[in-house]
Every structure is written in C-alpha cells, then in structure tokens.
Write a protein that binds this ligand. Structure first.
Ligand code: SF4
Length: 244
C-alpha cells in the first residue's frame, strides 16, 4: 500500500483503538434508526464528478435541480464538452452557481473526453486508489473532499470525506477536537473509522446532522447515541429537557 493510499484509507494506531469500537457502535445504532438511504449520488464516477462539483456551497434542492437541468440539456459527456460556459450557466445559474463554476464544468468535461474518450467511467474504475485520487484532484474545481466523495460513492473505495455534518458530529461525540480546520479534521477523523464502515458512517452522519445533531442546539434528548457521545452524556447528566 502506498503512503498516499494509506493516508486516504486512514492509518490507525494502537492509541486510536477505542474510537473505532465507539464509531462502529455509533454507526450500527444510526443505521438501525435511519437505514442507509440513497442520497442521490451516482454509480458512474464521471457523472458523480459533476454532481459533487455542483453541490459545493449550495443547498441540496438547488444543486439537484441544476444537475438535472444540465444533463437534460447535455445528456452525454461529449455534448457537455462542446458546450459554451455561457449556455452551461443558463442551466446552473438558478442554483446560485456562477460563471467560474460553469467554466469548470466545461473544462472538466473537456478533460475527461480528451483523456478517456467515451470510456471515462471504465478508465476511472480501472485506476489504482492513488492514481484516481491524483487524477480527480487535478480536475478544475475538484478538491480533496470532492475527490474522496467520488471515490466513496462511485468507486466503492473505503475512504471518508469529512463534510461539515461529519465534522460537527464527530467533534460533539469527542472523536476529534472541536474547532479544527477542515483539512485537519479530514486528516484526523478517518484514522478512527473502522475498516469498511466509511460509507455507512458518512451516510448516517449526513442524515443525523440534518435531523437530530443539527447545527446550533442538537436534539440530544432524541438521540440514540447520547450515551456514546461526550455532548450527549453532559446532556443526560444534567437531565435537561430535550431541545425539540
Ligand atoms: S447526543 Fe447530541 S450532540 Fe451527541 S450525537 Fe446525539 S444529538 Fe449530537
């Protein structure tokens, strides 16, 4: 395993033995509550790249609408690669995505077509973990978190993209310190995730972060992992009314 691959998969040390057990239990309980719902992501990595690209800094309703409008107008990678940024902007502008994002969409389509022709999905699937990470992060507008999302959702790689929900919940549980910069959380948290559980954990944290462990005041009184969570234990010991 290369150094980068080990880093992406999260190397674990003896000192971190406790947290994988806790996160395994956390994941089991949350899967029992929420299941593992489909969050709209795609099995095709090339399509997922655009889905993730459009999702940055906008709401789910808006980026889903933008994505649907874009692929209704340009159903294939080849047609998208020939589009002008101005016409792409007409599809995605309603989601608050601007000129720069429209240019990136076209540049990414151009690069995928130039590199892989009409075999982008097959070629991306054939790459090693390290190569696909390096390739994806070389695409305009695709950063480390976006690349990890594509790898987790579409390529079944056991990596954990740390988004705001995941970081907030992990910090409240006590797995990672609060107030970390995003890149620090992305480096630290995967080390504590049990092998093979990244996708389930990510999925249930997304839902838990929307429904229960919300930004602001979390609903600890309605949380089945309160006894496993530092913040939840404080709530339980204080016997407060639940915040609902
Ligand atoms: S106990 Fe509270 S802070 Fe902890 S995960 Fe549940 S809702 Fe979030």
């Amino acid at each position: 395993m290369s150094q980068l691959t080990a880093k992406l998969m999260g190397r674990r040390s003896r000192r971190s033995d406790r947290w994988p057990r806790v996160l395994s239990e956390v994941t089991d309980r949350l899967v029992k509550r929420y299941g593992t719902p489909h969050l709209g992501n795609f099995e095709d990595p090339a399509r997922e790249v655009f889905y993730i690209l459009l999702s940055a800094r906008t709401s789910e309703t808006l980026y889903v609408r933008a994505f649907q409008a874009l692929f209704a107008e340009y159903p294939t990678l080849a047609s998208l690669s020939r589009a002008s940024p101005r016409s792409v902007l007409k599809c995605v502008g309603g989601a608050g995505l601007g000129k720069k994002r429209s240019e990136q969409v076209v540049e990414v389509a151009k690069k995928l077509v130039a590199d892989f022709g009409d075999e982008a999905d097959a070629q991306l699937r054939a790459m090693s973990v390290t190569d696909v990470y390096n390739y994806l992060t070389s695409l305009p507008g695709v950063g480390p978190k976006s690349a990890l999302c594509v790898m987790m959702w579409s390529l079944n790689v056991d990596v954990l993209p740390v988004d705001v929900n995941v970081q907030r919940i992990a910090a409240r549980i006590g797995v990672i310190p609060g107030g970390l910069k995003h890149y620090q959380a992305q480096q630290l948290l995967p080390k504590f995730v049990p092998e093979g559980r990244s996708r389930d954990l990510h999925t249930v944290f997304m839902v838990h972060g929307r429904e229960t462990c919300v930004p602001g005041v979390p609903k600890c009184g309605d949380c089945e992992i309160a006894d496993l969570c530092r913040t939840g234990r404080k709530f339980l010991s204080q016997g407060r009314e639940q915040h609902r």
